[in-house]
Design a protein around this ligand. Sequence first.
Ligand code: SAM
Length: 293
Amino acid sequence: MRFDLISLFPEFVAQCAAFGVVGRAGERGLLSVHGWNPRDYAEGNYRRVDDRPFGGGPGMVMMIDPLRACLADVRAADPTPAHVVYMSPQGAPLTQAKVRELAAHPRLVLLCGRYEGVDERFLQAEVDEEISIGDYVLSGGELAAAVVLDAVARLQEGALNDAESAVQDSFEDGLLDCPHYTRPVEHALGNVPPVLLSGNHAEIAKWRRQQSLGRTWLRRPDLLDEATLSKADRKLLETFRAAWAAAGHVSDPAETGVAHQVAPEAKSTASEVAPAAKAAQAAPGSTEPPPAG
Ligand code: SAM
């Protein structure tokens, strides 16, 4: 897959293509990242790429012509048709489903705005879609483009060492991921839940599914409204919720706004407290993990 990033800070682009999964995917020939600077296409001694907004007001606006000339060169650099995305707080929210959609394109052009943004006429004429990475305003589109690049790159076949890990991630099946543990088994901060050491793959899968459902209920109940749950899923969630209530917690933690708080103290061991419940614990006192059945 080919990425072309149009940015006034090409060094930034080079950096975000150099590390981790994106860097490795590049080394494996799974993707290539190319930076383009609209300033190289600007005219005059000052190579100006921005000007004052018509109608007055603060800030500057990125001009059409340098961007247009730059994009023409970007398109001409490779015969693969390009899907052009403008990173914008006004765009469609970036979700895992959107990431998958983007990953299906053979070539993405990510346009990074600066200042007040880009002349609207350029956007209307040249851009296929606008994408936002969240309801906040960054000073430039580079970080947003880096987020898209990273999320799309790790979905390229062969980019991850274990392809299964992407399938199990949060949002892939509409739910949050289950909690994870590694060595040591016993620790002052808690013990690994025994089921994970049992070697019983069916029980482990059931436990993970229940934690995933419970964690989603605790932290992102909005996702549950959209998720397709089987009869078995509903039963697992019901058991989780019953255990949560039996442990003395409020019946709907999301309503109290405590669902994302880290447990106030880490004295109880992980095997004593339901992991997903523990992360959302409002008050100490939960002592029983919900049974997986
Ligand atoms: N005036 C613009 C608005 O309110 O819609 C914001 C301009 S912002 C200061 C400068 C650039 O940062 C934008 O052109 C865009 O490329 C990028 N940007 C800012 N917030 C973003 C977000 N949440 N997602 C994606 N890109 C963003």
